[in-house]
Design a protein around this ligand. Structure first.
Ligand code: NI
Length: 174
């Protein structure tokens, strides 16, 4: 396994539209293992998309089972060719992103969604998600369409926040 390099804004590959996965082979499974190891590196992220490591294929991992405040969730999900089929409600919430390390932002997302996706073996499933997990999935599917959370801010002036900078050897990152 290997930790992969995370692309950061303004890398133009983050703006590309990812392609559907068509072969569910060992090479795909090795890549998914690396993507998961990369997600868990440092402070674990709740989600990661293949686009963020420069592989332009429709693969995301989310895991909302370890948030500070418990939220409804399905545990760790590796979703291949995920597709949001229904949206319900709107909610404003704070997001961060491994590809935009210095900022967080307030983004409007659907409160509840239905998602169709395949697992790494190519088997199709459907999920109903709400709240923070629904937000995480919408954020990751956006990556597959070349969209970052900073593209969805209503106002950069009021909805974008610089992360606190800590001195070397100082407190943990948020
Ligand atoms: Ni992100």
């Amino acid at each position: 396994m290997a930790i992969l390099e995370i692309l950061k804004l303004p890398d133009s590959r983050l703006k590309e539209i990812a392609e559907e996965v068509t072969s569910f082979d060992d090479e795909l499974h090795r890549f998914i293992d690396d993507l998961e190891e990369t997600r868990l590196d440092g402070p674990a992220a709740v989600g990661i998309a293949a686009t963020q490591v420069g592989r332009l294929q429709r693969i995301v991992i989310i895991d909302c089972s370890n948030t500070r405040k418990p939220v409804p969730n399905h545990g760790r999900l590796v979703l291949v060719n995920p597709e949001i089929t229904e949206w319900d409600g709107f909610e404003l919430g704070r997001e961060g992103c491994l590809s935009v390390p210095d900022y967080t932002g307030n983004v409007i997302r659907a409160e509840k969604i239905k998602v169709k996706a395949m697992d790494p073996a190519g088997l199709a499933s459907e999920y109903e998600m709400e709240g923070f997990e629904a937000r995480a999935l919408q954020h990751e599917v956006d990556h597959l369409d070349g969209i970052l959370f900073v593209d969805r801010l209503v106002s950069r002036r009021t909805d974008l926040f610089q992360r606190k900078v800590y001195r070397k050897g100082g407190a943990q990152k948020t």
